[in-house]
Structure formats: structure tokens, C-alpha cells
Design a protein around this ligand. Structure first.
Ligand SMILES: [Fe+2]
Length: 334
């Protein structure tokens, strides 16, 4: 195993993680969680769809919730490209790679390319969206955790090395990675285009599945505000992990499960990583654990994730052995 070489002049220009599309069973319950509790701004809604954005976002949506029947699923994760020309180049890239890619019409977005990545995850690219007011200093509309903007996605995949190679071939740069102690295996990879630690993260597990979408929040205070509010509104059990401090990326975080089980991360404090001499930061898996001050995540955090619609997850060749809260307690909390 080895770290793929960065591609500084990529085949097309992806600028950032943009949005995700999730199916939910009860839009009113979702609205209560995302809008009344977390503080998302509603850009548009109809009988079957809720379009949400953060207060710092001027584009139409970073989270789309669709009424669905059956198991709640992730339909897609979306990336922005810089221009229409980049969309054409993206189509050519996927065609050349022999991967599915087709033009579709999507409400509130410019021309959109649906594609499938090397792991089988459904993704989409667009260059434009309808514009909405940026509410960053419209304080009267700030609620809950005051989500500012989508920052990144984390996907579980059966082959992290393969996912890393594919996304780096599209110009993503490896900012940090976790390897089992004493190996160069890529266990967790943190990949970025926008100049902070990650736009997309790949972790080992049955997949492809969407582990979480992460939204930046303004201050440490908002972690406690939203947890207090969650308890008051009957969502205490939806707080899954944290508040705590990440090793890679250094952010403070809290993970919550929405009423359908989709996982959302709220986090703050990222750093810049964009210069030519920024080499990937390596973490031994044991070092990540030593650096934490919060208790480990429950086992469910490591293994549960949202299935992608129509995609049957595949198991990794080698099952991981993460230190879950359950294991930590069984071992005498050492
Ligand atoms: Fe995250």
C-alpha cells in the first residue's frame, strides 16, 4: 500500500462538497429536528421535499430531504465544480473511466451530472444553483446550533485505498490519514479540494454507505446550546457521540442522529491546508486514541450508516477492530 501521488492539475475543477439528498419518512418530524432544533434555514419546501441551507450559504441548498417510503436512504452526495466547462470535462472523465455518468435536470440547480464513483457511490456534480440571501449577520434568524455551511461528507467503503486513489485522480489532496500502527495501510483518509482538512472522508466498513454529512457551527457555545435544546425538545437520545475533540482535523464535534437515523456532525475550528508544501499528516491509529479526552464512540458510530438508494453494500476484505465505548468499558476503561 502507498499514498497516491497528488494531481495538481486535475482533469476538471471540483471546488467543494456541496449538498446531500436524503430520504425521510416524516417531513414534519425532520423539519422539527433540522429547523426547530438544529437551526437550518428553509430555502424552499413543498409536500414532498424540504430544501435546507446554513446561514453562511448563499446557494439554494446544502441538504435536501425527500419524503420516501421504506428504509430511509441517502440518494446522493453532491460536489460543486467551478464552471460549465468543468461539467463537460467531468462527463468525459467518467466516460473514459467506464463509470456511469448522465445528464439530469434537478430542481434549483443548474445542469447536473449524475455519476457513480469507483466505490459505487452515487454522486452528482453541478456548477450553479439558485441564489438565496446569505443570512450570516441576520441574527434574528439564527436558531439552535446556527449551522453555517456544509463542510464535508464521510463515507464507509470496503476498499479505502481504492477510494483514495480514485478521488485523488480527480484532484483531491490527502490532508491527513490514519494507518494501523507500524503499517502504511490507509485506514481513514481525509481528502480536500476547498483548502481546509476535508471535503470527503473515507473510512473502512460495509459500503459504500453515507456515514455523515458535517456542518460548521460558529462557536463552542453552540455545542452546549444545541445539546440543552435537544434534551428539552425530546431529542436527547439523538445525541450519539460528543461533544468531543477530533485528532485529525482538530475540530470540536458532536454527532447526532436525525429522526430517520441519518447521522449529522456539527463541528467547528478547521485550519487551512492548501500550499504546495503541505504534506499529508500521518496518524498511528493508537495515537488518535491517546489524543482524545472524550470517551470513545459507541459501536454503532463505527458500523451504522445510511445506505445509498439502489446500492448493495459490500463488506471489506478485512474487518476492522475499533475501540468502541463498549470495548473500552469491558477493558476497565483503559
Ligand atoms: Fe466528519
Amino acid at each position: 500500500m502507498s499514498i497516491p501521488k497528488p494531481v495538481y492539475n486535475p482533469p476538471f475543477n471540483i471546488t467543494r462538497a456541496s449538498h446531500s439528498v436524503l430520504t425521510v419518512s416524516d417531513l414534519a418530524a425532520s423539519r422539527n429536528f433540522y429547523v426547530d432544533l438544529l437551526g437550518f434555514i428553509v430555502s424552499d419546501e413543498d409536500r414532498d421535499t424540504l430544501y435546507l441551507r446554513g446561514v453562511a450559504e448563499a446557494c439554494h441548498h446544502s441538504l435536501v430531504l425527500k419524503r420516501g417510503s421504506g428504509e430511509p436512504q441517502a440518494e446522493r452526495v453532491g460536489m460543486r465544480v467551478f464552471s460549465e466547462e468543468d461539467l463537460e470535462k467531468a462527463k468525459a472523465f467518467f466516460d473514459k473511466a467506464g463509470l456511469p455518468a448522465k445528464w439530469v435536470e434537478v430542481a434549483h440547480q443548474g445542469r447536473t451530472l449524475h455519476a457513480t464513483d469507483a466505490s459505487g457511490a452515487p454522486i452528482e456534480f453541478c456548477a450553479t444553483m439558485e441564489v438565496k440571501p446569505r443570512l450570516l449577520v441576520t441574527f434574528a434568524q439564527h436558531r439552535g446550533a446556527v449551522p453555517q455551511r456544509l463542510d464535508h461528507f464521510q463515507l464507509l467503503v470496503p476498499d479505502v485505498q481504492k477510494a483514495c486513489e480514485f478521488w485523488m485522480s480527480m484532484g483531491f489532496r490527502l490532508s491527513e490519514y490514519i494507518s494501523p500502527d507500524g503499517t502504511e495501510d490507509l485506514l481513514f483518509v481525509f481528502l480536500q479540494r476547498k483548502g481546509n482538512p476535508h471535503d470527503i472522508v473515507f473510512a473502512p466498513g460495509d459500503g459504500p454507505r453515507l456515514h455523515h454529512a458535517a456542518f460548521a457551527i460558529p462557536e463552542s457555545y453552540h455545542f452546549f446550546q444545541v445539546c440543552d435544546l435537544a434534551a428539552e425538545m425530546g431529542f436527547a437520545a439523538n445525541i450519539e457521540f460528543g461533544p468531543g475533540r477530533h485528532g485529525p482535523g482538530h475540530a470540536l464535534f458532536v454527532y447526532m442522529r436525525d429522526p430517520d437515523g441519518h447521522r449529522i456532525e456539527l463541528f467547528n475550528t478547521h485550519y487551512q491546508v492548501m500550499d504546495i508544501e503541505n504534506e499529508p499528516v500521518r496518524w498511528d491509529a493508537s495515537h488518535v486514541m491517546q489524543r482524545r479526552w472524550q470517551l470513545p464512540a459507541r459501536r454503532q458510530w463505527f458500523v451504522e450508516a445510511s445506505r445509498f438508494a439502489g446500492v448493495e453494500p459490500r463488506a471489506p476484505a478485512r474487518k476492522g477492530d475499533p475501540i468502541s465505548l463498549e470495548k473500552f468499558i469491558a477493558a476497565g476503561m483503559r
